[in-house]
Design a protein around this ligand. Structure first.
Ligand code: FEO
Length: 400
């Protein structure tokens, strides 16, 4: 059975959801599932905006054929060639042999890499600001390299003022019948997943996201249609503001996240002592995570959210505790910057992890180390003054 919704009078959501997939990109847990959005514009030229992941092909093809109602498909616009969106190109080419594929030079190169397909006479190659008339609707293309792959482009539909934004403004989470942001409590139910999606998938490319936001600012946009998650048709400024903050690596909250690794609870105890001391000093909504039981994608999202990050780690094999090292290296790989960091290390005979933590932090940009606490095996009353000193430095930073 088809499963579609109207986005506007002549534009339809024809995507689908996957609530079975455990790990997006075989990396990121998605307990709320994920949607793969695709949009079909019904005009003189019928035009499909991207396809979907292979896992939902059957539903997708049924949706497309239902909306086409016997018409052929004229254009397939390929804004992004990652397989979660491009997996159905070949089947559509077989179903609609006259269909033209619309993409840029890099798109074409990637189609050839992913598919054995004769593209002769099948491609309309577009460049920055090129327009494609569909009848009443006109698409204008803007290149958005590295948001999230080099071939990415976005398409602006001029008559209805819709931005088809590819991965931009996407989020983890399946669409539960409601596909519009104003049909859900986004802040309560979606924001954490949106942040986790952005920071882990696109987080490294803040400069390129800023470039796209600058282009978008020149357009009169009334609706944003991303490839994952809700369609934005109200309060666009709210989500654009989030993307602006995340891509400038500006913290959303002037607050503290404490992330620790702990083998026997002693480093955890020191982390908790620091958290209580901060709470006594008036800090609210402190976040504390055990890196061994929290997927690193959540830790990354929290590190992007907060202005102060405390890293607490045992010394392990003369280095950093593995789950903490994974978090730190991920933070570095994603280019997080402009953060204040407190370090707490522990070791029974040679507490040296802080040295390696600092080495990683020094290779990052705009990271200020607020203080270091080193304990031997357990935090003792004699060591409390050091924790208090770190707390004071954090308070000074929060109150600055
Ligand atoms: Fe949703 Fe970069 O693919």
């Amino acid at each position: 059975m088809h499963c579609t919704r109207k986005v506007t009078d002549n534009i339809y959501w024809v995507g689908g959801n996957d609530r079975r997939l455990a790990l997006f990109e075989n990396l990121f847990p998605i307990p709320r599932g994920v949607s793969y959005n695709s949009y079909l514009i019904m005009d003189e030229k019928t035009t499909l905006m991207d396809t979907v992941d292979f896992s939902i092909s059957r539903q997708f093809i049924e949706n497309v054929q239902y909306v086409l109602a016997g018409r052929t498909l004229d254009y397939l616009v390929i804004n992004h060639m990652e397989p979660d969106h491009c997996a159905n190109i070949e089947v559509l080419v077989r179903l609609y042999p006259e269909m033209k594929l619309v993409g840029n030079a890099k798109t074409v190169q990637m189609i050839k890499q992913f598919y054995e397909m004769d593209l002769e006479g099948k491609v309309i190659e577009v460049k920055e600001k090129d327009e494609l008339s569909l009848g009443v609707h006109t698409l204008q293309f803007f290149m958005a390299p590295m948001v999230h792959w080099p071939e990415v482009m976005v398409a602006y539909e001029q008559s209805e003022k819709i931005l088809f934004s590819a991965d931009g403004f996407g989020t983890f989470g399946a669409l539960n019948g409601n596909i519009f942001n104003d049909e859900m409590d986004f802040d309560r139910d979606w924001l954490d997943d949106a942040r986790r999606y952005y920071t882990n998938i696109v987080g490294k490319y803040g400069v390129q996201v800023q470039a796209l936001l600058k282009k978008a600012a020149t357009l009169d946009i009334e609706m944003i249609c991303p490839l994952h998650g809700p369609v934005w048709r109200s309060d666009l400024g709210y989500f654009i503001d989030k993307y602006d903050k995340w891509s400038r690596y500006e913290p959303e909250d002037n607050n503290v996240v404490i992330i620790y690794g702990s083998m026997y609870g002693n480093t955890e105890n020191a982390a908790n002592v620091l958290a209580m001391s901060l709470a006594d000093a008036g800090v609210k909504n402190i976040a504390v995570y055990d890196a061994s039981v929290t997927h690193v994608s959540h830790l990354i999202a929290e590190a992007f959210r907060c202005s102060v990050i405390v890293v607490a780690t045992p010394t392990y094999n003369g280095g950093i505790y593995p789950s903490m090292e994974s978090f730190l290296l991920d933070m570095k790989a994603l280019g997080l910057r402009n953060r204040k960091v407190g370090i707490l290390d522990n070791g029974t005979w040679a507490p040296t992890a802080s040295k390696q933590v600092k080495k990683i932090l020094e290779e990052m940009k705009e990271i200020e180390i607020l203080g270091e606490v080193s304990i031997k095996s357990t935090l003792k009353p004699a060591g409390l003054a050091n924790v208090e000193e770190l707390k004071d430095a954090i308070m000074t930073s929060l109150n600055a």
